[in-house]
Design a protein around this ligand. Sequence first.
Ligand code: 5GP
Ligand code: MN
Ligand code: MN
Length: 323
Amino acid sequence: TYERDLSQTKEFLTQNDHFLIVSHVQPDGDAVSSTLAVGWLLSCLGKKFVMVNEGPIPKRMHYLWHADEILDLSVTSLDRKFDHVICVDCADFKRVGKTNEWFAEGARLLNIDHHPTNDLYGLVNLVVPNAAATAEILFDLINYMDLPLDQTIATVLYTGLLTDTGGFRYSNTSPKVMAAASKLLEYGVDGPALSELLLEQMTLPQLRLLTRALNGLQLTEDGKISWVSVTDEDLQATGAVHEDMEGIVNYPRNIQGVEVGLLFKVINEQAIKVSMRSAGKVDVAKVAQSFGGGGHVRAAGARIEGTLDTVVPRVLEQVRLQL
Ligand code: 5GP
Ligand code: MN
Ligand code: MN
């Protein structure tokens, strides 16, 4: 039960020390928010911890409490390994990326996540598939542990809720999410400013990248699948960075009649990252899982070996099977 999982989580946190907190590669708002929320919680308990991600966190999230303390593994040298690791917003162990180099052999893992495809890789698992965001689970945990909320932690948690619900619009926006958000606003969170910063504002390179990607938009004959792709060349031509790809996948998905929208990001000569969005009929988590990825019914992803030429037809075929 949820109660039992919360209690085991509390025990894991109170009875140990010197934790490593990690989230998934290419962290989104929920990943950053959850990392910081766990850090905040541990500092309330007087515990020592280190926060790390495989890469840098998006610039627009640097306003968050201690965000600049999340280490970027790619530019940090390791001086110790950790026996106690907390993974947030990671559906499976692979999602932590190279941060696992910092896990001691036999490290004990606490897995806090909200993906239905979570495979319960932790020693302790606080996994709530119907939570809208990992931040929602941490909101519950903080309340369960009777820690006093303030504006700082409220802003951290609100960021995770806001981004994973697409501004409280996606189907995961439950009454519980709205109640939590309402509570957080009472602590002084500036909701409109966060929406503006995280959901509305674009950098010029980001807009140019979007334009360029949409120029290459494709649609199947029946109009049910639409996709765009982004290559390194697109990034270089527009001056955009990796995090600027966030949100592009919504455009193909938003076309009337489209059931599945896809974004193919070329990672290198051997691999493609595909983002999948469903209008509701197709379970894209299933499609993603068939490629070793995962996610939610309406939003999922996978990293697939191959080039655009080989990966696009394979993914289209799997999507068609679900249509
Ligand atoms: P996005 O397309 O925005 O990167 O991710 C959409 C959803 O799918 C998120 O919930 C994300 O955590 C999940 N997801 C994306 N890529 C992967 C992946 O490679 N593996 C797994 N397990 N989940 C993924
Ligand atoms: Mn995430
Ligand atoms: Mn999430």
